[in-house]
Design a protein around this ligand. Sequence first.
Ligand code: C5J
Length: 226
Amino acid sequence: MAGIPAARPFTYRFDPAATALIVIDMQRDFIEPGGFGAALGNDVTPLRAIVPAVARLIDASRTAGLAVIHTRECHRPDLSDCPPAKLRRGGPSLRIGDAGPMGRILIAGEPGAEILPELAPAPGEPVIDKPGKGAFHATPLAGLLAQLGTRNLLLAGVTTEVCVQTTMREANDRGFECLLAEDATGSYFPEFKAATLAMIRAQGAIVGWTATTAEIEEALDGQGRA
Ligand code: C5J
């Protein structure tokens, strides 16, 4: 058993053999200048700033033998998996499926929907394409985690208050013990990120725990499977 004594609101305990890292939606369209997020008028700087921490977390998790799972928010080219209510959002400037600066927006296979090259999944690491904000909705994630025997989830990625928080709440309701890496998650709105971290760990970890990447690295150090 490993632990992060400095985690908030109290010590987070986990068995590395039953722990997976989920990296949420580190896609070009959300993070790169000139992508969908930027075209909507968002400042992508706070999202770009987390890339080194996410890379460290992925490295530390791989070294410790944790399963590393990546997600992408994207849709089929015919948009058959995109509910009309979701399609209507984001207007009037740019909507899902429209031609955007990096190909059709949030469409599988388009350049903007790809994960940043510096965080590319390693061969064999699962990549879950998800049509919703939460990674459990309409995806094989629950079955995959059951197969792996996962009980604990470390989370990172973007955006903190949308896809990351939704996934963490879905996971919490399914019985996973979840910890969000504070400096490896980002939002276009720093005040939303701060509020999300606070509400996750409120009331005795009502949704889960938070810790820094350095604290997680320290806990994972030396945990590599033989
Ligand atoms: C958003 C996400 N913000 N990955 N997606 O639409 O959080």
